[in-house]
Ligand binder design. Structure first.
Ligand code: PEP
Ligand code: MG
Length: 919
């Protein structure tokens, strides 16, 4: 049986984009639903693949094409290759996925000396006919015969200049005839053959050229850039369609339209057209097209046809369409349609409005938006019209755009920020003690560190833009400047960051504000109704909690209490606690921290009432609260200098008879003061050296700290319990939860539950109240996954800390991986994604699955969530839904993305592939 390579538009399967390409399938579909599409047919992508493999057209193809041409002749009453009513066709590429402009196209194919004469006779318009002919010869010469455009353009320009004509429309028939003749000469000379007069030969060469363009550099690069794999699109189809002309007079036109405004989503006729023009004129920008609205008065009858076409397209495709049309002698033809590409604002608005209009279901409204796109709406973005080029690029660590004066330390950032200046904090890397600088800054730029560096995580939590690890920037804090390539950035110079792309610009670039519209709120409410997963936020301060609430967070899934220690009034007390040599001294410092933590918890619980707030007990190694050894050495050196100066001054003063004391502020600078400060710094240095660890992330941190210094966890637990009691007294319904980090064995949990038990009974004895607080553990070590059954016996909930769990599973240090080798691993395809952003389903996912399974086997109602960075990523959320987790927790600004992703995960659960849960 001969293979079928060709399908008439009236016959092809409109759903089979793989075989017929997107454009071809749509042409078939449009024809079959009764839209006015010029007759035509499609050559399949299979024929393309055969051609590319064998380097010749499949044997039966040309016979089938000839048959279809005969059908076209019958349908149109025209003749291919002969007058008086010649059939001309367009020959266009079209693969399963749209690759605009990447492959080749022919218009007016079928023109030769004979049909040209027929066309002149038929239209009585010699100018029109020669214009079509010269366009065809050039396009054919270029694409099918490989002749450079310049060879043709030189003649074209020469004739225009000679005639003193500026715009192409000024050319007359005689000019165009001469141009056509010259073009035929160009073909003869450059291709060493005559321009083919046999129209079937024209068609064959054109089809072969379109097939070849699938492997052309443009198309191959495009597929690589957009990760288009052969199972998404393999080979191009060829669409052969009867030509209709928008340039046969003033009752003709051509244009492109969107069924709704793709910039705003507004339900209006949107697009542009030109009367008496060919399609390419609209796109090429030679003449300025008119908005479609003008057509209503200029061509009212055709406008009415266009409105009808638009309505039919939308109601059939149930999606905003991007379509092309031509009006030939008063009759409207639709030449192409495809789903319209829109920005996030337009997608959201059209989703909500199309549902209200009854055009689509809620499920469709949710599924047609890629959750990641919502990010665009939640942060300011750089003005897309800006042409400024970036001076450096780092990692896009926290989205949003901001401009401000660069400052190189947190203190100055705070000072200027509080004085009303817009500042960008620029550091080599940031540390917890820089936190006050974050509060004051519009954005953060670091030259070292990855997307999970301190700067990145904190900025994301605050919803501020951050570019991390911009290695092209060399920060010199001492000189108060940074080198960016050849340029020098002085403190106070204005820079702009784009945290969504990682780009850094000199000077100020305008930004567009965030847009959390009422439509987005409505859409996300629908998402919440559909989803099984709850979406909680990682938030550590009342401010962040409030913001997360606005984004729709259904509680706090991770409050990193260490972040509460960083405020400038608290850090000195925390340092006292760390420096304490006895338990008693430590308790004195902790007693000062207790009321501060309690008041924060009261605020957090109240903001989130009645939803849960999961408080994680202290996690990071202690040294993170202290300055670095290097910093301390510098400070000690300076203080010693001061001490010597003060000593010198004192002895000089005492040598003077009747010396009067120095006026303020110099009088305060006593040797005692300086020595005090010096002693404190020296103690800090000693402590820093004591605390030094080879690998702090695997060292003395998390619950290990809580066991070696039980009074720290006791203070935190007490603050949580007392805050819960206080809220209850105020009539605020709360659901506090205590979570233990870095757990490896249930014995560790037993230590903490003992403390909770004791403090709860104390509280009961003191206030007569019974507080129940949910108790759970983070699962962020491999051992915790393997011991999940045992852990679930004492934990009421699990929260997967997939930042640490990924680190542990891969044996990658996340900072080093992201800065050194991960980009190369991703580029070369060794790893598909960055596992610190997208959950590694095959590896880390296996461990999670094991823990879920084992945990629930002993406690079926075990509440399980994820709170690592991956918790805000749609693909990871899909996996979490698949495993039956109860919630995901992510930084506040990711909450809307996660809410939509959670709904989409539920709606597409049946299509989930790539991971089998154990039965
Ligand atoms: C984690 O490890 O995933 C986590 C949430 O904890 P942190 O990032 O604070 O280590
Ligand atoms: Mg962790």
């Amino acid at each position: 049986m001969t293979m079928r390579h060709v399908y008439a538009f009236s016959d092809g399967d409109g759903q089979n984009k793989k075989l017929l390409g997107g454009k071809g399938a749509n042409l078939c579909e449009m024809t079959q639903i009764g839209l006015n599409v010029p007759p035509g047919f499609v050559i399949t992508t299979e024929a393309c693949l055969d051609y590319l493999e064998a380097d010749e057209l499949p044997a039966s193809l040309l016979g089938q094409v000839r048959d279809e041409i005969t059908n076209l002749e019958a349908a149109t009453g025209r003749t291919f290759g002969a007058g008086p009513n010649p059939l001309l066709v367009s020959v266009r590429s079209g693969s399963a996925l749209s690759m605009p402009g990447m492959m080749d196209t022919f218009l007016n194919l079928g023109l030769n000396e004979e049909t040209l004469a027929g066309l002149i006779e038929q239209t009585g318009d010699e100018r029109f006919a020669y214009d079509a002919y010269r366009r065809f010869i050039q396009l054919f010469g270029k694409v099918a015969l490989g002749i450079d455009d310049e060879k043709f353009d030189a003649h074209f320009d020469e004739i225009k200049t000679r005639a003193g004509i500026k715009a192409d429309v000024g050319l007359e028939a005689a000019h165009l005839r001469e141009i056509s003749e010259r073009f035929l000469g160009v073909v003869r000379q450059e291709a060493g053959r005559d321009f083919p007069q046999d129209v079937m030969q024209q068609l064959q060469l054109a089809v072969e050229a379109v097939f070849r363009s699938w492997m052309g550099k443009r198309a191959v690069d495009y597929r690589r850039e957009f990760d288009i794999t052969p199972d998404m699109a393999n080979g191009t189809a060829v669409n052969i369609c009867t030509m209709v002309f928008g340039n046969m007079g003033d009752d003709c036109a051509t244009g492109v339209g969107f069924t709704r405004n793709p910039g705003t989503g507004e339900n209006e006729m949107f697009g542009e057209y030109l009367t008496n023009a060919q399609g390419e004129d609209v796109v090429a920008g030679i003449r300025t097209p008119k908005p479609l609205a003008e057509m209503e008065t200029e061509m009212p009858e055709q406008y009415a046809q266009l409105v009808e076409l638009r309505n039919k397209l939308e109601s059939h495709y149930q999606e905003v369409q991007d379509y092309e049309f031509t009006i030939e002698k008063g009759t409207l033809y639709c030449l192409q349609t495809r789903n319209g590409k829109m920005n996030a604002a337009a997608l959201v608005r059209t989703s909500v409005e199309m549902f209200r209009e009854g055009l689509i279901s809620r499920e469709q409204a949710l599924l047609r938006i890629d959750p990641e796109m919502l990010e665009q709406l939640l942060h300011p973005t750089l003005d897309p019209d800006s042409t400024t080029q970036p001076v450096a690029t780092g990692l896009p660590a926290s989205p949003g755009a901001a401009s401000g004066k660069c400052v190189f330390d947190a203190d100055l950032a705070e000072k200027l920020g509080n004085a009303g200046e817009r500042v960008i904090l620029v550091r080599e890397e940031t540390r917890p003690e820089d936190i006050h600088g974050f509060f004051a800054a519009e954005g953060i730029l670091t030259s070292r560190g990855g997307k999970t560096s301190h700067a990145a995580v904190v900025a994301r939590g605050m919803g501020k833009p951050c570019v991390a690890g911009a290695e092209g920037i060399d920060v010199d804090v001492a000189l108060r400047l940074a080198h960016v390539g050849e340029q020098i950035l002085h403190e106070g110079d204005v820079i702009t960051l784009d945290g969504g792309t990682g780009e850094v610009y000199l000077g100020e670039i305008a930004t567009l504000p965030a847009d959390f519209s009422s439509e987005l709120k409505e859409l996300l409410d629908w998402a919440d109704e559909v989803a099984d997963l709850k979406v909680l936020a990682n938030a550590d301060t009342p401010d962040a909690a409030n913001r997360a609430r606005e984004y729709g967070a259904m509680g706090i899934g991770l409050c990193r209490t260490e972040r509460m220690f960083n405020a400038s009034d608290r850090l000195p007390i925390v340092i006292d606690m760390i420096l304490a040599n006895t338990e008693e001294d430590r308790k004195t410092a902790l007693n000062k921290l207790l009321p501060m933590q309690r008041s924060d918890f009261i605020d957090l619980f109240t903001t989130m009432s009645p939803d849960p707030v999961t408080v994680r007990l202290l996690d990071p190694p202690m040294h993170e609260f202290l300055p670095t050894e290097q910093q301390l050495l510098e400070e000690i050196r300076t203080l010693r200098l001061y001490r010597d100066v003060v000593r010198g001054r004192n002895s000089a003063l005492s040598a003077m008879v009747d010396s009067t004391p120095l006026p303020a502020p110099f009088s305060g600078l006593t040797e005692e003061n300086v020595i005090d400060a010096l002693t404190r710094k020296e103690r800090m240095l000693k402590k820093v050296r004591e605390l030094q660890e080879t690998n702090p992330m695997l060292g003395h941190r998390g619950v290990r700290l809580g066991i070696t210094y039980p009074e720290i966890y006791a203070m935190q637990i007490e603050a949580i319990l007392e805050a819960a009691v206080e809220c209850e007294k105020r009539g605020v319904e709360v659901q506090p939860e205590i979570m233990v980090p870095q757990v490896i064995t249930s014995q560790e949990l037993a230590h903490v539950t003992r403390t909770i038990g004791e403090l709860t009974s104390n509280l009961k004895a003191e206030f007569g109240v019974n507080v129940h607080i949910k108790f759970g553990t983070m699962i962020e070590t491999v051992r915790a996954c393997t011991r999940a059954k045992k852990l679930a016996a004492s934990a009421e909930f699990f929260s997967f800390g997939t930042n640490d769990l990924t680190q542990a599973t891969f044996s990658f240090s996340r900072e080093d991986a992201e800065n050194k080798f991960l980009p190369m691993y991703n580029d070369s395809g060794i790893l598909q994604d960055n596992p610190f952003e997208v959950l590694d389903i095959q590896g880390v996912g296996q461990l999670i699955n094991m823990a879920v399974w084992n945990g629930r086997s002993v406690r079926p109602d075990l509440k399980i969530g994820i709170c690592g960075e991956q918790g805000g990523h749609p693909a990871s959320i899909r996996f979490c839904h698949h495993l039956g987790l109860n919630y995901v927790s992510c930084s506040g600004p990711r909450v809307p993305v996660a809410r939509l992703a959670a709904a989409n995960a539920k709606l597409t659960e049946k299509e989930f592939v790539g991971f089998d849960k154990p039965k």
